[in-house]
Design a protein around this ligand. Sequence first.
Ligand code: SF4
Length: 364
Amino acid sequence: MTAENYITRDKTKSVSVGNSKIGGGAKVSIQSMTNTRTSDVFATVEQILQLESFGCDIIRVAVPDVESAKALADIKQKIHIPLVADIHFDYKLALEAIHNGADKIRINPGNITNIKEVAACANAFKVPIRVGVNSGSVPNDIKASLGVTPHALVMSAKRYIKMLNDNDFDNIVVSLKSSNVIDTIASYRLISQNIDYPLHLGVTEAGTTLSGSIKSAVGIGSLLADGIGDTFRVTLTADPVEEVKIAKEILAACGLRDNYVEVIACPTCARTSIDVIEIANRISELTKDIHFPLTVAIMGCAVNGPGEASHADIGVSGAGDVGDSNGFDGNGVLFKKGKVIKTIPQDQIISVLMEEINDIVNAG
Ligand code: SF4
């Protein structure tokens, strides 16, 4: 299968979710999900505002009861990104969530009765529905013939899409998540040859921060690199802020993130004469909120540093004068586009580099 066979994200339908678009070539949006009680408006809003500040584009909340559905109206007034209600089993919660301002609802049509009424209500309020299929929710008849395979996930999704289409509903986003990364990739590749609804990517139950991030980077990253996927959530058993941070790194690695400071750094070796690890971490932290396209390099030595990082807009490297026994107290040199500008005393490397970065950003 080649990429030309996929209905890539520039060709998917465009779906409006509050003030955002998913699909049709829109920017790939980052989603996350709160883990507060949705009925606790204060805690939920606080978490959403924090996630917004880290770069979350769309937020989903679980709606397990009427109290949570009614809380959506209050929550929505206090946040700035689209609000998605996650509903299972009870169609009345879907109706209540829509009436209380949900910008999108996520359901598994297989476990909700009265899909007709949900579709009619969502149509009336112009609220899209995400058909969320995962490996734990494949209908029994499909499971009996196909097992829990990519074909089974795709067949389940197509069945649910038809249920909505049969109720005159077409404002759809689709997800097909498996906890198996390879199956997730295969499922999305398969469905993207069949439908042009926008796709929400994710690896379900990915796990704790390290393993979950790697599974998501491999699964979501492979698909994004294929041109598949319009929005995604990195699911982690961790603070949701971590999900957003990892999501931004995945987008950056796939060349889909702009207006940010990319910090590149060498892996260090015996030639390293400045504390590359400390400097790279500090510069990453200090530049994380700067919305400006800039590449900053932190390199350990003058032998390879400026030359290897000559594509960087600005950077520092060790000057080659390895200091005392720890090896990390040599001077640094500042370079721009590979050209050495000046020497910096080692204790001023971070402050001088930040001054230079701010000058570039302020000059626009
Ligand atoms: S840039 Fe210099 S210090 Fe860094 S890994 Fe390469 S040779 Fe080693």
